[in-house]
Design a protein around this ligand. Sequence first.
Ligand code: BGC
Length: 542
Amino acid sequence: MGKVGVTTAVVCAAAAAACAVTALVVRNRMRNSGKWAPVAAVVKELEERCATPVGKLRQVADAMTVEMHAGLASEGGSKLKMLISYVDNLPTGRQELLQAARMTDDYAIMKVDVRGRACTKTAEFMTASQRRLMSGDETGLFYALDLGGTNFRVLRVQLGGKEGRVAKHEFEEVSIPPHLMVGGSDELFDFIASALAKFVASEGEDFHLPVGRQRELGFTFSFPVRQVSIASGTLIKWTKGFNIDGTVGEDVVAELTRAMERQGLDMRVSALVNDTIGTLAGGRYYDNDVVAAVILGTGTNAAYVERAHAIPKWHGLLPKSGEMVINMEWGNFRSSHLPTTDYDQALDNESLNPGEQIFEKLISGMYLGEILRRVLLRLAKEASFFGDSVPPKLEVPFILRTPVMSAMHHDTSPDLKVVGTKLNEVLGIPDTSLKTRKVVIQVCDIVAKRGARLAAAGIVGVLKKIGHDNAVKDGGRTVIAMDGGLYEHYTIFSECLQCTLKEMLGDEASSSVVVKLASDGSGIGAALLAASHSQYLQPVLS
Ligand code: BGC
C-alpha cells in the first residue's frame, strides 16, 4: 500500500473508532438518566434504520448496475433514465496528442489514439468533432452558463488551442431569488439572460472574438433533459426545489434563446449539457483517465462513458468513436435495499416531487439538513429535547441548511461552541447543554454518513457496469471527476465516501480508483463542448 493508501486507512480507522466511541458514550450517558431515555430511543431507532453495513451497500451497488442495464435497454425501462447526451467524444487537451496532430500534415496517420496511447489510426475512422479536437481547433472565446441550483454562474473562457489551453477565464455567480424558482418560465429565463447580457457587456480586451462572429455559449442545465441533438432538448421534470410552470416538455435552448433575444443579446447556444457531462468533459480535458463524473451538491447525479453498442435503445448511427456519454440521472434511483426512515418518507411526501429523486433525497445537500431538522423536531416533540416547548423555528421546513449541519458536525471545540451558536442563531434555541449538543452531532453523523456511504455504493455500481471495479495491472487509473459543494466542503462526508469506496472495493482495486475534485469543471467543460461544436468549425477532412 502506498503512503496515501496507508494514510487513508489510518484516517478511516480513526474516524470509525471515534464515531463508535462517541455513539457509545452518548448512549451510556443517556441510559443513566431517565430524562434522556426517550432521546436515546429515538436516536437508537434512527441509527438502526440508517445502518449501511457493507453487505447492504453491495446490494445497492448491484441494484444500481441492474438498473443501468434496464435504463439503457429501453426508454422508460428503469427509474434511471440513462439519458443520451449526444457527446460522443470528449476534449482531451493532451499536449502530446495535439502535437502529434500538428506534426501530421494531412492528419491521415495519427501516432496516438484519442486516449493518447501509441497507435496508427487513419483519420477516416474519426468523427468530425474528434478530428477537430485532434487538430487543436478549440480556440477562441466561448461563454458558458451554469444553471442548476440556487445560484447560477456565467463564465467566459479564452481557449488557447494547441498550446494555450484555457488561456484566461472569468466568471460571475448570481443567486436566484427564491420566487423565481417557483414562478413562470419567462421570468426565470429573462432574469438569467439579463445577467448574462450584463456579463457580456463587461468583456475586457483580453478576450478576443474574431470580427463578424457570433458569440457562442455552452449551456449547462442541471436538470433531466431528453436531448434530440447536442444543442437542443426538452425538460423532463424539475428537481431540487425548482417548480416552474410551462417549461416541462419545452426545449430549454429555445426558451433561453428567446430570452436572450428579448435582451438584445446576440449569442448562439452551441451545446446543451448536464453538469455531470460538463464535469466529465472538463475533467477529461486535464486528465485522460477520467471515465465518470459525479455531482454531490444541492442535487446528485453521475455520468460516464459508455460503449455505444451497449446502448440498445440508441437507434441512431453508431458514433465513430464507438462511445457515448450517458447522463444517468441517478438521483432518481430507488431500490428496496435503500435504508429509509419515516423521516425520509415524510420529507418525500411533503416535497414538490413526491415519489421522485429518492436517492437524491437521501444523499444530497438540499436534503441532509432537512432530514436533521426532522429528527430534531421529533426529539423536541417526543422527548422534550430542547425543554418543555417545541422551538417554533424548528417547525419551518428547510430552515436548517446542510452547510449549517456541516459546521456543527465539524465542531471539535471541547464545549461544542459552534453547535450551541448555530442552534441559537438558526433555530432560536439558546443555552443548550453539552449533552444536548453531543446528541445533535450524533444525529448529524448518522444522517451524513448514510448519505456518503450510499453515494459510494452508487459509484461502485457505475464502476461495476464499466468493468473498473477490479484491480488493474500496469499502474492503470480510473478517475472519477467530482464536483459539488457537498463533497467539496463537507469533509466528514467526503472522507466517509472515500473510506467506503475502499471498504467496498478492497485495498488493491481501490488503489487505482481516484476521486478527483474538479471544482467548476462543469463550466469549463461546457465551454469546451461549445467550442468543439462551434458553428464556425469546418471538418478538417471531407
Ligand atoms: C438533476 C441532475 C443534476 C443533479 C446535480 C439533479 O437534481 O436532476 O440533472 O445533474 O441534480 O446538479
